[in-house]
Design a protein around this ligand. Structure first.
Ligand code: PLP
Length: 311
């Protein structure tokens, strides 16, 4: 079965979804996007889309910043997504990539007086980082771009040059991921993940005002930590040297899931192994996103109609 896309208002085979080379968003980075996971549950034979409503509410907030007007509500976008994922029929973990973009084919850098459109595609997608062994990170020499330059709270395509510089620098220097500091020297986030420390039995994460994407996994993990494990999260600025003395560290993101960080700048974090709080949170997180925890089942939207029970 060929994969399908949503393009110019319809579901079409992916190979028919082609943009013109003059498209504004391609030249000026004037688009915003999301990444939504579909997590395959073997026992249920079901693909669960994780919190698509939260992703589309964030997409519509990003659109407000970029002056993109879509003729769809968050619920419409959830419905479109479910339909495309169902048509694709993948029976494995997938990644859904929605994009709201300046679609006019004109020259001239601006946000106003342009047409907007929306597309999405679906691709099979396994683990992005090593969630089992833990990853090594470095503090990037690239600083996180400030809210007064390009707002990180909006998932704007043009902003991701900042992330790409940090990611490539980290990988070419032998690390898995780069952690960016903001202009003031506090830790902001990874190239595509939010940053957490475990210190004295609490989670510590940068506040939304430290130039982060306000992650849906970040919020999910904070809620689960509090409600299921009784662990509070402190949202406060984190100094560059604090991870060196922290007990544990991990990253969160739709692609990254909950990825333990076992070293930073070639220094072990804690004892250099995946810590107990990180392990417990990660196990809970994987059960929740695969639709295995009844209490959080409303976060998991089944992509396929429920099988009809045999008579
Ligand atoms: C820069 C950045 N920070 C954080 C995240 C994590 O956000 P979420 O958990 O909503 O995927 C992402 C991924 O989307 C990202 O690109």
């Amino acid at each position: 079965m060929p994969p399908f896309a949503f393009f110019r208002g319809q579901i079409v085979p992916l190979e028919e979804a082609k943009l013109g080379i003059m498209t504004h968003a391609l030249h000026y980075g004037t688009a915003c996007f999301e990444g939504i996971r579909g997590n395959w549950n073997v026992e249920d034979e079901q693909l669960y889309l994780f919190r698509p409503d939260a992703h589309y509410e964030r997409l519509l907030r990003s659109c407000r910043i970029l002056k993109i007007k879509l003729p769809y509500s968050a619920q419409d976008l959830c419905d479109i997504t479910r339909q495309v994922v169902e048509r694709c029929g993948f029976r494995e973990d997938v990644y859904v990539r929605p994009l709201a973009y300046k679609s006019s084919e004109v020259i001239g850098v601006r946000l106003h007086d342009l047409e907007d459109d929306f597309l999405l595609f679906v691709a099979p997608f396994g683990n992005y980082l090593d969630v089992e062994k833990g990853i090594s990170c470095c503090i990037s020499t690239w600083r996180r771009i400030d809210d007064t330059s390009i707002p990180a709270r909006a998932k704007i395509t043009g902003l991701y040059v900042n992330s790409a510089l940090a990611k490539t620098e980290a990988q070419e220097n032998g690390f898995d991921e780069g952690i960016m500091l903001g202009q003031d020297g506090h830790i902001s986030e990874g190239s595509g993940e939010n940053f957490f420390l475990v210190m004295n039995g609490q989670l510590v994460t940068p506040p939304v005002s430290d130039n982060i994407l306000v992650g849906i996994t970040r919020q999910t993990v904070m809620q689960m930590a509090k409600d299921e494990l009784g662990i509070a999260t402190v949202e406060r600025s984190i100094d560059r040297s604090e991870p060196y003395v922290a007990d544990e560290c991990f990253l969160t993101g739709t692609a990254a899931h909950l990825s333990p960080v076992v070293s930073l700048d070639r220094r072990p974090i804690g004892n250099g192994q995946i810590g107990p709080v990180t392990s417990r949170l990660q196990a809970l997180y994987f059960d929740v996103v695969r639709g295995k925890v009844d209490k959080y089942r409303s976060w998991c939207v089944p992509a396929f109609p429920k099988p009809v029970p045999s008579p």
